[in-house]
Design a protein around this ligand. Structure first.
Ligand code: C2E
Ligand code: MG
Ligand code: MG
Ligand code: MG
Length: 281
């Protein structure tokens, strides 16, 4: 087919481009099937209060249990889910699953923990978004004040007025919002004071080099000060080493998340973490 017009236009690049398209179309139909077959799972990563050495909540992180390729990370499929719009049903599934889990743990006596769920732009912009969240809360019977929704700066700033409206609507019933990957997006921060969020999450990239790079320390310090001045909680992401934790403690950052405490783990392992922490009422 590529040899149309009798000319030899069939090139290596065309070949690999066609292959890429085929792979993409195939992955997209697999994604569709994955929704029907319920091939997605949530992993949970502990969020810690490092001043009290206490587990305070979990972030739900999606995985795709692919029948042939095995367990896939979001980087392998979320972009395509977003591009194709399939993130709407997939994201809804993740929200519902996370809320069911929160309810289950609450019924076991862990009533004080929070559950954070990531949102993509398409989900947040969807006209049914608020309604969907309300329905999931109603259906699962969770305490809405234990639910935290994570959005990035780019989602928040793409129509700031609309963002504020949506967040306020959900704030009314107690749902909180976090600003994920903070510090990687926009340098103008004046919007922060208008955004009705509760937390900022310092992006992992600052922690990656902070022990060698004093500039990163200053940036982290500045983010922490800014957040506290605006009455926001700060969570540091990507805490891998004890030295990271010690630095955060020196900088007065109380909340942390990272491999030092736990990688994202399946439900059963998360329950082990809950059981070994001292949270039961
Ligand atoms: P994120 O929300 O910024 O999540 C943090 C990512 O950093 C996670 O990757 C987590 O496994 C990883 N991480 C946490 N601590 C450490 C650490 O100490 N060291 C290192 N090297 N990595 C750490 P993951 O699970 O691959 O998720 C990647 C992204 O995919 C998330 O970034 C989030 O933006 C997106 N995502 C995950 N689940 C969902 C979901 O249910 N819906 C949507 N829309 N997006 C999701
Ligand atoms: Mg997140
Ligand atoms: Mg993040
Ligand atoms: Mg991220």
């Amino acid at each position: 087919m590529a040899k149309a017009n009798g000319k030899n236009t069939y090139t290596y690049f065309e070949d690999s481009y066609n292959q890429m398209l085929t792979d993409k179309i195939e992955l997209q139909s697999e994604l569709r099937r994955a929704i029907e077959n319920e091939e997605f799972v949530l992993f949970y990563q502990a969020q810690m209060d490092i001043s009290k050495k206490k587990l305070v909540g979990f972030e739900a992180l999606i995985r795709w249990n692919h029948p042939i390729k095995g367990l896939l990370n979001p980087v392998d499929f979320i972009y395509l889910a977003e591009e194709s719009g399939l993130i709407i049903p997939i994201g809804k599934w993740a929200l519902k699953c996370a809320c069911k889990q929160l309810k289950e743990w609450s019924d076991m006596g862990y009533t004080d923990i929070t559950m954070s769920v990531n949102l993509s732009a398409r989900q947040f912009r969807d006209e049914n978004f608020v309604q969907t969240i309300l329905e999931i809360i109603e259906e699962t019977g969770i305490d809405p004040s234990r639910l935290e929704l994570e959005i990035t700066e780019s989602i928040a700033l793409d129509n700031l007025e609309y963002t504020i409206e949506v967040i306020k609507e959900l704030n009314k019933i107690g749902v909180k919002f976090s600003l994920d990957d903070f510090g990687t997006g926009y340098s103008a921060m004046s919007y922060l004071k208008r955004l009705p969020i509760s937390n900022v999450k310092i992006d992992k990239s600052f922690l990656d080099t902070v022990l060698e790079d004093t500039t990163d320390q200053k940036i982290i310090q500045a983010i922490i000060n800014l957040a506290y001045n605006l009455d926001l909680q700060v969570i540091a992401e990507g805490v891998e080493q004890l030295e990271h934790e010690q630095l955060l403690q020196r900088l007065n950052c109380n909340m942390a998340q990272g491999y030092l405490y736990s990688k994202p783990v399946p439900k059963e392992k998360a329950e082990d973490l809950l059981n070994s922490s001292d949270l039961m009422k």
